[in-house]
Design a protein around this ligand. Structure first.
Ligand code: ARG
Length: 460
């Protein structure tokens, strides 16, 4: 007979090649805490329902606590021939406490057990990522306060478009990462249901109390259908999709920092301690952090693709393929956590070059829209106004000058309604401050948005 915990019906011992190929303990050992918490709750419920004696449950809980302590101390030996975290812990328990240990797995399967471990793990990760996102958002809010009033070019197509406040740009990221928090919150609601009691796929005939286990583990309720539960990885896919969106946002931020730190833009200084040099070019100071964050977005998107493809052809319910879900999930968690925390540190320490930002707003005809709006106020239809200003810009390009350096007389050649009040409209600050629509870039609106953000982040 096979020595395996499931070996009763096997005549041969397992091939070493299969053991090596199928083991997951080298990565799923990371779930030990959740596996043990789940077993404690399961045992407690079994005892309450007469399936374990008081002594047995006490032994089981103490045994599990001892195993957890050993794992944390680094003295627990994980065994590959025991395949996964579930059997490593169960076997150790049986060795430590004897017969009671063998009773723990009643009314349970590794199928609902792994679903439980993963849900508990991801529930915690939702909370951790939310904290990290909050740290990053606070860094944006603090910088927006520091630089309130500084102007810069706003871009579309990476071409200078209209002047904006730097703080408005920074608070755009505060909003973006706020949606990521909301997405995780929503994802967490679907994670937070207890799968235990689904057993292998069909439920169990033993007298268990699923609601009690859910309550002990802090779940909001239990899953509804045992077959769905055994094969469901939607929650993991959804979680990794949240991760992909976060990393995508970080990557866009990273791209801007790389551009802005380069001499062509020269908008921001990344502190030396966050940059590296070149082994050959002595003058180099490279923005490695944002570059790596941008590069790592490929990994996280890849993890999401792996999971989608993993699940797409699976029949209900549990299939061993599902063991392949763990590594992409863990890699996404590790990558996003590390990226969020280092980017928060970097953003908090950015030094913006406000004179450079300001200087960049004085060319590129960025107040052209303001001039068109000025004409609209003087009752010129917008399309006509657009044409007039376009011709004025073409004239400036020809003459190699800026809008605000034209004389009133020159401008009046294009439209007689233009008057000397036009010069207010052509100033950068006038342009910014005119944008008072909700969500706009005027100092008034940005000050309000900043105040709301500070309040929301508990920063005042
Ligand atoms: N290690 C397995 C996994 O990660 C646990 C469930 C195994 N179930 C089974 N019937 N072999 O999916």
């Amino acid at each position: 007979h096979s020595e395996k915990m499931w070996g009763g019906r096997f005549a041969e011992t397992t091939a070493a090649s299969l053991e090596a190929f199928s083991a997951s303990i080298h990565y799923d050992s990371r779930l030990y805490h959740y596996d043990i918490a789940g077993s404690k709750a399961h045992a407690t419920m079994l005892a309450e329902n007469g399936l374990l004696t008081k002594d047995e449950v006490a032994d089981i809980i103490a045994g599990l606590a001892g195993i957890e302590a050993d794992i944390e101390a680094g003295t627990f030996v994980f065994r590959r021939e025991l395949e996964d975290i579930h059997m490593n812990i169960e076997k150790a328990l049986a060795e430590r406490i004897g017969p009671a240990g063998a009773k723990l797995h009643a009314a349970r399967s590794r199928n609902d057990q792994i679903a439980l471990d993963l849900r508990l793990y991801l529930r915690d990760q939702c909370d951790r990522l939310t904290e990290l996102l909050t740290g990053l958002r606070r860094a944006f809010v603090a910088q927006a306060r520091t630089y309130l009033g500084a102007v810069m070019p706003g871009y579309t197509h990476l071409q200078r478009a209209q002047p904006v406040l730097l703080s408005h740009h920074l608070l755009a990221y505060y909003e973006m990462f706020g949606r990521d928090v909301a997405r995780l919150h929503d994802c967490r609601r679907r994670i937070n249901l207890c799968p235990l009691g689904s057993a292998a796929l069909a439920g169990t005939g033993l007298p268990i109390d699923r609601e009690r286990v859910a309550e002990l583990l802090g779940f909001a309720g239990v899953t509804a259908n045992s077959m769905d539960t055994a094969g469901d990885r939607d929650f993991a896919i959804e979680f990794v999709s949240c991760c992909a969106m976060i990393q995508l946002h970080l990557s866009r931020l990273a791209e801007e920092l790389v551009l802005w730190a380069g001499s062509e833009f020269d908008f921001v200084d990344l502190p030396d301690r966050f940059c590296t040099g070149s082994s050959i070019m002595p003058q180099k100071k490279n923005p490695d952090i944002p570059e790596l964050v941008r590069g790592k977005s490929g990994r996280v998107i890849g993890s999401l693709m792996s999971l989608l493809i993993l699940v797409k052809g699976l029949p209900l319910t549990y299939n061993r393929d599902l063991q392949e879900d763990k590594e992409p999930v863990f890699d996404a968690v590790d990558t996003v956590s590390a990226s969020l925390s280092i980017m928060a540190e970097l953003v908090a320490n950015l030094r913006f070059k406000t004179e450079r930002l300001q200087a960049a707003t004085t060319s590129g005809f960025m107040t052209a829209t303001d001039l068109a709006d000025y004409l609209v106020v003087k009752d010129v239809p917008f399309r006509e106004a657009h044409g007039i200003v376009g011709r004025i810009v073409a004239y400036c390009v020809e003459k190699k000058c800026e809008l605000e350096t034209l004389s009133l007389e020159e401008m009046r050649r294009f439209s007689p309604v233009i008057d000397k009040d036009v010069f207010e409209v052509l100033s950068v600050n006038g342009s910014v401050d005119s944008r008072i629509s909700t969500g706009g870039t005027s100092l008034q609106r940005v000050t309000e948005a900043l105040g709301a953000a500070e309040q929301n982040m508990g920063m005042r």
